[in-house]
Design a protein around this ligand. Sequence first.
Ligand SMILES: [Zn+2]
Ligand SMILES: [Zn+2]
Ligand SMILES: [Zn+2]
Length: 484
Amino acid sequence: MPSSPAEDELVGAIKTVRDAHPEHGIAKLWAQLKVDNPEWTVSEKRFRKALATAGGTASGAGATAPAEKKSGKGKAKGKGKADGAELVARTGLDSTLDIDNIAPKVKAKMFGGTRGKGLVAKSTIEAGEVLWQEEPWIACPDPALAPHLVSKRFCAHCLGEFSKPNPPLSLECLTCTHAHFCNRLCLSRARPSASHHDLLCPGVNPLAGQLQSLIAGREWRSLDVVARIIAKWRYERAWGTQDAADEITRRVWEGIARVNMATRESEKADWATRADFTTRQWKLAHESIVTALNPEPFTLAAPRSTRGARKQRPLTDEEVSRWFSYESFLELLGMVNINLEDSGGMYALHAHLNHSCDPNIQVRNLPRGFVGPTQLPAPLPARNPPGVRGTHKLTMLARNTITPGTELTISYVNLELPRDVRRQALRDGYGFWCECVRCEKERVETEAAAQPAVTATADVVDDVTAKMDQLAVDQDETAVEDML
Ligand SMILES: [Zn+2]
Ligand SMILES: [Zn+2]
Ligand SMILES: [Zn+2]
């Protein structure tokens, strides 16, 4: 029977959830509270009040920009000039990507300044056109999918749903019971995309146990992705080729935007209240990664996929410091937090796309078997019907006609949010103040409207805050629905 908790009971439960999930924003905390206490009925308004009583807010100043990024999109990049302190992400072009081959009508460009890199159209692109499709180079499902993976209802690689559990052509990981795959093709991609990596498979590497418990216990997806990235490099370094290892090094340390997680979090308003706890969690996570992926000496038996042992060269001091120092861990965590896509993990070319509040590209997770339009211009594909799941493959579609030389943009936030809320969410989540054409237009309009009298009142601010939170919650709930 649904029940309404007493106030102190509710406040206590909120404290517990917040301590267990220091990185969660308001919407995620509320969702977690509901998961932990399924019998309770607590309205959003009451939750917010009790959260305030519990002492402060969730992670971040804005409910729409949890530190653990909830709804897809890219990376921290300033667009235009700074407005106050700019948290500028370090970034460069990803030299390991063959863009001509993946997206023939697209090229990468460095814009300079705080704007970083981006993509522009090489030739005219028509509305509805599929620019490219992309699978993650590091695949990592949402932790909420874990029970369904174990119960053999999903492919651990492509995240496609089986028509019934454990269907005939599907197969299991050779060394554990945690991963099930559509077929041999998906299984063969499990290591290269780290959707189920040997070095993190409990059947191959028992040293990863503590790390896996930490990830599972906290549903700590960004840590999971960091572990997968390092595992991918460590495997190539130990048993693959030097070229393959170097390619990962270049992509991670030169090609993807990143900010140091501690720098990013420490500038948030509530940092002082959670600094100790969060820092302890980071230290524990870092130790677990080193234990799992770089024990000294690294004596792990060669995984089956290597076809036997090979004499390993020890890591150089530079390699150890680059991949296994605590500072590097914070850099990787920050990188993952601004680049992780809800639908499946880290995407290499998609990560080049900058934000606009009036974007010309729409990103979709379409169901298996999607075929692009045969005639252009075409409308964008309809929303996935209820019960039909998209895979982790992203499809980039043109929202309108795009002329050569125009920058391709996506939105990192809900476009229906009002200007100030959007901009704050982008600042909190991605480190920049948006100065796109729409933001500028709306600023001018607002200023013009405000000329006769100052109209901003506390009520307006309250309204905006309430709307923002509602939208954040709606988004979260949609995301959960999409998943199941
Ligand atoms: Zn599959
Ligand atoms: Zn396994
Ligand atoms: Zn904008």
